[in-house]
Design a binder for this molecule. Structure first.
Ligand SMILES: [Ca+2]
Ligand SMILES: [Ca+2]
Length: 458
């Protein structure tokens, strides 16, 4: 196809007989595969609607700004059920401000069967919006038509994937749903279904949902605009340094359902909920704006050492329960089992600086008041949870009850280097026999594993 050098509207919706699925197919199957483009938009402000485009190196290459790509089947035939893959479905080539999809259901692109569904790269590639698409599934959103990678962002900025209502994408059935690589910064993933079918209630797995590799300062979810990241075979979310040690720092996760279906209660496990490997300063929830991380087959949150450190990763304000491994697992090199024994509050070379979990001495309910006493690392802030039974005998935390600063004046009973804390709160719905657990986060934002469960007594 010739490249397009003026603003145009290519509108398959105007084809006689059109009733919602494309009638016009562009096929590049017989072209040399190394550089063929279905459509290359050199001048901004164009709209491409209602086409089925398959068999090219890139179905659509955007080399200009302000274009809208809507209602197409990209890598899929007109019927929306069989793949006619491209190497890249939509290539955003170093340009800003393009829209792929839209909040209106008619604007949905079906992007499936490609090597890369959407590939965004280049230091001028910013502000791409990806809304309302099915990426990796068939027309019905119930069966996989896998892309290798659903959406890849490398060296590009301020992409918004998803949004509220109809702007949510379905990103399921791919090898990896979303990959952010080196220098991908300021990108947001909000309100999407990742690893489920279109109902959000059944698994339509990616191998992994979201992988950040050497990418910093990106957001996955927001308060009230979380993603459903569930049903994925391997990791729901993996965040790690790049292959040459490029940092993965200051990424933020809020408001997501991880291992939980769209209804907010049904189990839809990932293998591991969240895996950090050589990531730093990650914020996995904060008090009042957490994630629900539950029912995953292995650990809810696993933090491993990478090539460099894996420190200052905060896990606070979340609901973490019914995971098959630990709720939070710091994967220490020397630890014989999943629970890392307390061995001092700072152990460099271990994830989150080897911070020890808190020890609760007692949890007493009296006259409608709950008093929790214990010890934890000096300078820390302890979050007390209603515990969820855990095969380890330690806890997970199904509901946050409150937080308390560690008192730096009084040495611990068990570890003299620790300091004591006392939380006193209205008991609310807590009753005798309930079990509590705790996590401490130090002044550098290193969060611990959950401590041993303790039963509430009179
Ligand atoms: Ca551990
Ligand atoms: Ca330690």
């Amino acid at each position: 196809m010739p490249q397009i050098d003026q603003a145009v509207i290519i509108d398959g919706w105007t084809q006689p007989g059109w009733s919602g699925t494309p009638l016009i197919e562009l096929r590049g199957t017989n072209l040399p595969s190394n550089n063929s483009r279905g459509l290359r938009l050199m001048v901004g402000g164009s709209t491409v609607r209602g086409l089925a485009i398959g068999g090219f190196y890139a179905a659509i290459e955007l080399r200009s700004s302000g274009n809208a790509i809507q209602g197409n089947h990209i890598g899929v035939d007109a019927a929306g059920l069989n793949s006619v893959g491209n190497e890249i479905g939509v290539q955003v080539n170093n340009v800003a401000g393009n829209l792929i999809g839209g909040a209106n259901p008619g604007s949905r692109n079906l992007i499936a069967g490609n090597g890369f569904g959407i590939a965004i790269a280049g230091s001028f590639a910013s502000g791409t919006r990806i809304e309302g698409n099915y990426i990796g599934s068939d027309l019905n959103g119930t069966a996989a038509l896998s892309n290798g990678i659903g959406i890849q962002i490398v060296n590009a900025f301020n992409t918004v994937i998803g949004g509220s209502g109809g702007s949510a994408n379905l990103i399921s059935g791919n090898t990896t749903g979303i990959v952010m690589g080196v220098n991908a910064t300021g990108n947001q993933v909000i309100g999407n279904l990742i690893g489920t079918d279109a109902s959000g209630l059944n698994a339509l797995p990616n191998d992994s949902g979201i992988v950040l590799s050497g990418a910093s300062q990106n957001s996955i979810g927001a308060s009230g605009l979380g993603n459903v990241i569930a049903g994925n075979f391997s990791r729901g979310i993996m965040i790690g340094e790049g292959v040459s040690g490029e940092p993965a720092a200051r990424n933020r996760l809020f408001g997501n359902l991880i291992g939980v279906a769209r209804d907010g209660s049904s189990a839809l496990p990932n293998g591991i909920g969240i895996h950090l490997i050589g990531a730093t300063e990650t914020i996995i929830g904060t008090i009042g704006a957490g994630n629900m991380i539950a029912y995953n087959l292995a650990d809810g949150v696993l933090i491993s050492q990478g090539l460099g450190s894996s420190d200052a990763n905060q896990v606070r304000g979340n609901r973490i329960f019914a995971n098959g491994g630990l709720g939070i697992n710091l994967q220490a090199s020397s630890s014989p089992g999943p629970v890392t024994p307390n061995d001092g509050c700072a152990n460099g070379g271990n994830p989150n600086n080897g911070i020890d979990y808190p020890t609760i001495y007692s949890a007493q309910l009296s006259a409608g008041n709950l008093v929790v006493r214990g010890e934890a690392c000096s300078g820390g802030n302890v979050e007390i949870f209603l515990a969820d039974a855990d095969p380890s005998g330690y806890g997970q935390g199904s509901r946050s009850l409150g937080t308390v600063a560690v008192d730096d004046a009084v040495p611990g009973l068990i570890d003299p280097a620790a300091r004591r804390f006392t939380l006193s709160i209205p008991a609310g719905s807590i009753i005798l026999g309930d079990e509590l657990s705790a996590v401490v986060t130090d002044a550098n934002a290193n969060s611990s594993e959950f401590g041993l469960r303790v039963t509430v007594t009179p």
